[in-house]
Design a protein around this ligand. Structure first.
Ligand SMILES: CC(C)(COP(=O)(O)OP(=O)(O)OC[C@H]1O[C@@H](n2cnc3c(N)ncnc32)[C@H](O)[C@@H]1OP(=O)(O)O)[C@@H](O)C(=O)NCCC(=O)NCCS
Length: 336
């Protein structure tokens, strides 16, 4: 079973790789859009926003694509870590292709100097606890480093509910101004974003994931902005400005893909020294008010199951748990 590295800038190779990942994903999650072609291609091509992606394709001896993997390495921090993704076409499963791909992906990770491999697996709800991905990860010596939960907020969120949350929370946040906008993060506040992104990388629970603080700079923040634009995603931001210092100290981001039926909650953070003033709820209220419910049916959000404060905030907006996932992790032997 040949497994080779392919280049994302070669359209036929990338299309073959993407079609395997899509067929696999649709099998596990019928009706879910998953990643779109142009988003995934932009991510695979990007080298400026702090990550580099190596794509692997498994083919039959007749060059038919049957399995796909990605190895994603951080380039400015976490030099020990590689994230991997693995997919095998449903009709070709249980023939050792997944194992072969994993061995190849781990070997790429090692060649990149990585000693920890992390693999996120969303579990199909009907197979929770018994999914092929779980059985596979366990068979290959991975352990569950963090349990994740998926929640969806169905739109529109009742206006009265938003008004009520805002009325209850605003008195505690008199020292802040809530701002909401779409597009990019303003250049004038870029240093604040750098600090928020850095803190986001360590202030959320990592449980047993061997993940260290990310290194953010204004260059990286701009590169990340360019990447999201290349992916074709629109962003809705809301943030809390501390009136005394003038800094943005809490933020939340919702991204809307080019086919916008589902939107995705990305980061939400309140800097620890500004917690307890209901800023998490207030930035989310402000952001949800800007989402057009005629375009977007649901906002999907993933949280660590251990992240009780964030889950409690999401449940204030009617978020309903509708799926689980696991970050599987393995320490690689230093050679071999
Ligand atoms: C997980 C996945 C990549 C496995 O691919 P595969 O080609 O079927 O895997 P392999 O045939 O190499 O299986 C290797 C071992 O994993 C275990 N395994 C794999 N699928 C299993 C299943 N459905 N039930 C029980 N064990 C399973 C077995 O121990 C198997 O060895 P064996 O066949 O000798 O018993 C594939 O099911 C898939 O694409 N799933 C959707 C995406 C996903 O979950 N990715 C992995 C995230 S960790």
């Amino acid at each position: 079973m040949p497994v080779g590295v392919i280049r994302p800038d070669q359209a036929d190779d990338f299309d073959a790789w993407f079609s395997v990942t899509q067929a696999s994903y649709r099998h596990e999650f019928p009706g879910e859009p998953g990643w779109f072609h142009d988003e995934r291609r932009a991510m695979a091509l990007d080298v400026a926003a702090g990550k580099r992606t190596i794509l692997l394709l498994a083919t039959t001896n007749h060059a038919e694509p049957v399995g796909a993997a990605a190895v994603i390495v951080n380039t400015v921090d976490n030099p020990h870590l590689a994230e991997i993704e693995l997919d095998v076409l449903p009709i070709h499963r249980r023939r050792g292709i997944g194992r072969e791909l994993a061995v190849a992906a781990e070997s790429v990770a090692r060649a990149e100097g990585r000693t920890t491999v992390l693999c996120f697996q969303a579990e199909p709800p009907a197979q929770a606890g018994t999914s092929p991905g779980r059985r596979f990860a366990e068979a290959l010596g991975y352990h569950a480093a963090q349990v994740e939960q998926r929640r969806s907020i169905h739109l529109p969120v009742d206006r009265a509910r938003l008004d009520d949350l805002e009325a209850r929370c605003s008195p505690l946040a008199a020292a802040y101004r809530i701002e909401a906008w779409q597009g990019s993060w303003p250049e004038a506040d870029l240093e604040d974003l750098v600090e928020l992104e850095r803190r986001m990388s360590t202030d959320v629970p990592v449980d047993d994931i061997d993940f260290h603080e990310e290194a953010w700079s204004t260059e990286r923040a701009r590169a990340h902005d360019a990447l999201v634009l290349a992916m074709g995603r629109r962003r809705h931001f809301a943030a809390a400005r501390h009136l005394e210092s003038g800094h943005l100290v809490a933020y939340t981001v919702i991204t809307v893909p080019s086919r916008p039926e589902r939107a995705y909650q990305w980061a939400t953070l309140v800097l620890p020294e500004h917690r307890g003033r209901r800023l998490g709820i207030l930035v989310k209220v402000a952001n949800l008010r800007t989402i057009d419910p005629s375009e977007t049916r649901d906002i999907v959000t993933w949280n660590a199951a251990s992240n009780e404060p964030m889950i409690a905030v999401n449940e204030e907006f009617g978020a309903v748990c509708d799926g689980d996932g696991v970050f599987w992790q393995k320490t690689l032997p230093s050679s071999g």
